[in-house]
Write a protein that binds this ligand. Sequence first.
Ligand SMILES: *[C@@H]1O[C@H](CO)[C@@H](O)[C@H](O)[C@H]1NC(C)=O
Ligand SMILES: *[C@@H]1O[C@H](CO)[C@@H](O)[C@H](O)[C@H]1NC(C)=O
Ligand SMILES: *[C@@H]1O[C@H](CO)[C@@H](O)[C@H](O)[C@H]1NC(C)=O
Ligand SMILES: *[C@@H]1O[C@H](CO)[C@@H](O)[C@H](O)[C@H]1NC(C)=O
Ligand SMILES: *[C@@H]1O[C@H](CO)[C@@H](O)[C@H](O)[C@H]1NC(C)=O
Ligand SMILES: *[C@@H]1O[C@H](CO)[C@@H](O)[C@H](O)[C@H]1NC(C)=O
Ligand SMILES: *[C@@H]1O[C@H](CO)[C@@H](O)[C@H](O)[C@H]1NC(C)=O
Ligand SMILES: CC(=O)N[C@H]1CO[C@H](CO)[C@@H](O)[C@@H]1O
Length: 312
Amino acid sequence: MHLLLIALITTMVESKSCSLEIYATPDLRQRVIGRCLEFQANLPDVFCEENKKNCTYIWETFSKGFAFTDPCHVNGSGFHDYITATNHSVTENKAIFWEGVYGLVHRYSNRGTTKVTLEDTMPGYLIDSLSFCGDNNTSDGLAGEYTSCPSYRPTENCSSSAETVFWTKASVNFARSAVGNIFVMLNASQEPVYHKGSYFGKYELPNLTRGKVTKATVYIVSASSVSKGSLCGSESLMELKSELAEKDIDFECQENPREVMFIYCAENPSTDACTSVLTSSTAPSSTLCHYHAFYLIAILLFTSFFFFYNIK
Ligand SMILES: *[C@@H]1O[C@H](CO)[C@@H](O)[C@H](O)[C@H]1NC(C)=O
Ligand SMILES: *[C@@H]1O[C@H](CO)[C@@H](O)[C@H](O)[C@H]1NC(C)=O
Ligand SMILES: *[C@@H]1O[C@H](CO)[C@@H](O)[C@H](O)[C@H]1NC(C)=O
Ligand SMILES: *[C@@H]1O[C@H](CO)[C@@H](O)[C@H](O)[C@H]1NC(C)=O
Ligand SMILES: *[C@@H]1O[C@H](CO)[C@@H](O)[C@H](O)[C@H]1NC(C)=O
Ligand SMILES: *[C@@H]1O[C@H](CO)[C@@H](O)[C@H](O)[C@H]1NC(C)=O
Ligand SMILES: *[C@@H]1O[C@H](CO)[C@@H](O)[C@H](O)[C@H]1NC(C)=O
Ligand SMILES: CC(=O)N[C@H]1CO[C@H](CO)[C@@H](O)[C@@H]1O
């Protein structure tokens, strides 16, 4: 019964979310305030009683950034107070930038545990995947449930939508917060793999701080198995390397790194890249198994010896 209900709800939700995708997110205020409460509740050590941020105030700083604005002509300075209100430092050596790998990079970052994406920080977490824009024809100045909003991806006719301007500001702020080694996850199917016009190329890389960021490790993820150097040595990656060098940032590049592929392959086990990762991993892990077995047997013998000795 329960299973049937869950299956029913899932199909309802799935079929509905597709048709609503282009529309402004309903209940935007409640969702942002709810996420703000949840973000702080998940980090009780950081947001202890005296450090608690006012979520109503945060919502106000966010919504005033685009309320009553023309959907395609939003002034970025409107989000300044929101960024200031939610801003926090990012743990050294943990910032990860990305393009074209939304699901994978967030499963890998594991809500800021393994690495920290913009969407794991407070400014990004509260707004992640929401669709919003202004409207002069509503009482609060925000687009209602059945109004469509221009995407976060800038287009020729709509280069300054609320979402584009918001994510630009948030990306610039995130890049400025990065310290130490940074990581960049890119998708091998995108042409070129590193694109100068992407959010990373256009807003994040130029705003990394020289001297504060010392090294960039690029992870390129491909569904097919990669011959060594074919992606890391490509023209666009060489361009990225030289752009980083201008900021004295060392460049390292890895194709289908194992720590990322184990997560990717859990969901895509039959892709070429995954069959080779799983095969190549047997050598070191089997040695490990031998050691484990050895210790287990030793411990078993030892404990059983004492067990029998005590009975006597
Ligand atoms: C939180 O912010 C709202 C809106 O700015 C304000 O009305 C309210 O008094 C603030 N609450 C606290 C506890 O400071
Ligand atoms: C919306 O209304 C505000 C205030 O009334 C006005 O300044 C602004 O130009 C209007 N925008 C559009 C797109 O009509
Ligand atoms: C954006 O707002 C700031 C401050 O209100 C103002 O100085 C600037 O001229 C505005 N920019 C545009 C493009 O309207
Ligand atoms: C955000 O926090 C970082 C790190 O603490 C700091 O360097 C930066 O100046 C802050 N930015 C704003 C807009 O407050
Ligand atoms: C890489 O991009 C392709 C094409 O857009 C997409 O199908 C694939 O899911 C992406 N890979 C990852 C790991 O997100
Ligand atoms: C909103 O727009 C509709 C049609 O464009 C118009 O009929 C209505 O009066 C407007 N409402 C307000 C509050 O301006
Ligand atoms: C942009 O606007 C122009 C003129 O209104 C139109 O011809 C063109 O198709 C639009 N381009 C896009 C990508 O929507
Ligand atoms: C401080 C700084 O370098 N800001 C830059 C961030 O990136 C954008 C886009 O390249 C530049 O316009 C800013 O000047």
